[in-house]
Design a protein around this ligand. Structure first.
Ligand SMILES: [Cu+2]
Length: 229
């Protein structure tokens, strides 16, 4: 999860997020090199008298400074498109979870199970256990097995919401009347925190999301307890 004075992204807990972090570092490095070059050029032009007015045209340098930025843009665009299509790839998921946004809580349906449905409300501050993050903890976690491709079906019952888990690299709009689909594979066990990411009303900040990734056996034990109650 995010921590105070954090610079940059949260650590990746899914392969897609690792790819996104690599793309971010790649794009930042390109931007850094261009900025350095521009700053160097500005400094040079301001501090040296190296100007002359006799050049009327310079075809070669104009060709270079037209084509070079285009090549740089392609070098950023191609890996970006690669990840875009990777994120769209659903494949054969082991598990399907439907997340529905409400004002102001999430409800989850595990559609592979008969009647595994529950609401997930934010834990109010007085009810927090020591160590639990305020405004991020919920009463019922979204439990998923690790290393299992999981399909999320995301929609809303009332207004626009957005189901987002930064460390999994997921942000999908929850739109009333439309079923959006996304997929993730949690490669590490743990609690992954997220929040509704669409301004959805007065309690928008108070409908967090907690994905709990556990071993498959623990997930199965959890489904049994959920189905019993
Ligand atoms: Cu919302």
């Amino acid at each position: 999860m995010a921590h105070p004075a954090q610079i940059g992204f949260q650590d990746a807990t899914s392969p897609i997020m690792e790819e996104l972090l690599h793309l971010h570092d790649h794009a930042m490095m390109v931007a850094f090199l261009i900025s350095t070059f521009v700053l160097y050029t500005i400094t040079l032009m301001l501090t040296t008298p190296l100007t002359h007015t006799s050049t009327m045209n310079a075809q070669l340098v104009e060709t270079v400074w037209t084509i070079l930025p285009a090549v740089i843009l392609i070098l950023i665009a191609l890996p970006s498109l690669r990840i875009l299509y990777l994120m769209d790839e659903i494949g054969t998921p082991h598990l399907t979870i439907k997340a529905l946004g409400h004002q102001w809580y999430w409800s989850y349906e595990y559609t592979d199970y008969l009647d595994l449905t529950y609401d997930s409300y934010m834990t109010q501050t007085p009810a927090l256990t020591p160590g639990a993050p305020r405004l991020l903890e919920v009463d019922h976690h979204t439990v998923v097995p690790t290393n299992s491709p999981t399909r999320m079906l995301i929609s809303a019952e009332d207004v626009l919401h957005s189901w987002a888990i930064p460390s999994l690299g997921i942000k999908t709009d929850a739109i009333p009347g439309r079923l959006n689909q996304t997929t993730f594979t949690a490669t590490l066990p743990g609690l992954f925190y997220g929040q509704c990411s669409e301004i959805c009303g007065s309690n928008h900040s108070f409908m967090p999301i907690v994905v709990e990734a556990t071993a498959l056996s623990a997930f199965e034990a959890w489904t049994t307890t959920m189905l019993d109650t």
